[in-house]
Ligand binder design. Structure first.
Ligand SMILES: Nc1ncnc2c1ncn2[C@@H]1O[C@H](COP(=O)(O)OP(=O)(O)O)[C@@H](O)[C@H]1O
Ligand SMILES: [Mg+2]
Length: 286
């Protein structure tokens, strides 16, 4: 098997609570594997240990027990950081800089200069669809645009893995959709994405695999298809079926030892409805 992009083995993190004789177990005996090229979603309610896990993988917080690796390099080693980009939960940007200036700043931090840097800035703005806004100050950006600048910053040094902590929190549906499309773009380019979220619908469309954390414990793990399949049931969607046909189908099913347990009109999602209804009166500033 090829080397995983992220491997977490027996990870436990205990935070002492100063002045109280107790401690918080933020992550408990966690094992995870993110294969290269996948989009992996770490889900869980607030306080379930998602950010702590991501910070340990990034080498920003040290584990109490266990270890984490990025492409085979232990997270405590500098080498592990060369191939990873990070979008933190609440990124802070200097609001008087323009989009292009912000990326110039981060590009310089990554050691880029001159024409290579200018070309990379253009590429990044294009990638996160902010070319039009390149000379606007971040002060006037929507939350979704700020997250996209954050994503561009995380991608500046062309990492093979990006870690996104709650990339769509506080972003409106159209903005979230754009971020999801960007994540799919990254996947197309062969970049591995590890993201955390407590917004479940938003994860469903982009993730190949998810892990669900509750109180620091991994309670479910698997591919979306495995996790969401309702066992032993099959859905058939018909168009133009008259009531007699439905009666016949029910009879056929009974004869074959099966049972029709539900009959309904397929529903779109509220999100889809919302996007369709609002797209037409589109907001050019986004
Ligand atoms: N630096 C810290 N010191 C003490 N407790 C912390 C620290 N960071 C996180 N925690 C605690 O660890 C638990 C998990 O937090 P976190 O990883 O931020 O969860 P999530 O990202 O899923 O919301 C919470 O109970 C939180 O209060
Ligand atoms: Mg968090």
């Amino acid at each position: 098997m090829s080397e995983p992009a992220v491997a977490v083995t027996g990870l436990t993190k205990v935070f002492p609570v100063p002045l109280q004789r107790r401690s918080i177990v933020a992550v408990r005996d966690l094992n995870l594997r993110v294969d290269a090229g996948q989009v992996y979603g770490l889900l869980g309610p607030n306080g379930s240990g998602k950010s702590t896990t991501l910070k340990i993988i990034l080498g920003l917080v040290s584990p109490t027990r266990g270890k984490t690796e990025i492409f085979g390099h232990d997270s405590s080693r500098v080498a592990s950081r060369e191939s990873v980009g990070f979008l933190p939960e609440s990124p802070y940007f200097y609001k008087y800089l323009t989009a292009a200036e912000t990326l110039r700043f981060y590009g310089k931090l990554c050691g880029m200069r001159g024409e290579r840097l200018s070309a990379r800035i253009d590429e990044l703005l294009e990638l996160v669809r902010l070319t039009e806004a390149r000379n606007r100050r971040l002060r006037g950006f929507s939350k979704g645009m700020l997250q996209r600048i954050g994503l561009a910053q995380a991608l500046a040094h062309e990492p093979q893995l990006v870690i996104l902590d709650e990339p769509t929190a506080g972003v409106d549906p159209a903005g979230s959709r754009e971020i999801r499309d960007l994540i799919l773009d990254l996947k197309q380019r062969g970049i591995t994405v590890l993201l955390s979220s407590h917004l479940l619908e938003q994860v469903q469309e982009v993730c190949d695999r998810v892990g669900i954390l509750a109180n620091g414990v991994l309670v479910r793990e698997g591919t979306m298809t495995e996790l969401l399949a309702v066992q032993n049931q099959t859905e058939v969607v018909l168009e133009g079926a008259r009531p007699e046909l439905l009666t016949q189908i029910a009879a056929l099913a009974t004869n074959a030892g099966a049972r029709v347990i539900d009959q309904r009109t397929p529903q779109t999602t509220l999100e889809q409805l919302f996007l369709e209804a609002t797209e037409r009166s589109g907001d050019a500033s986004r």
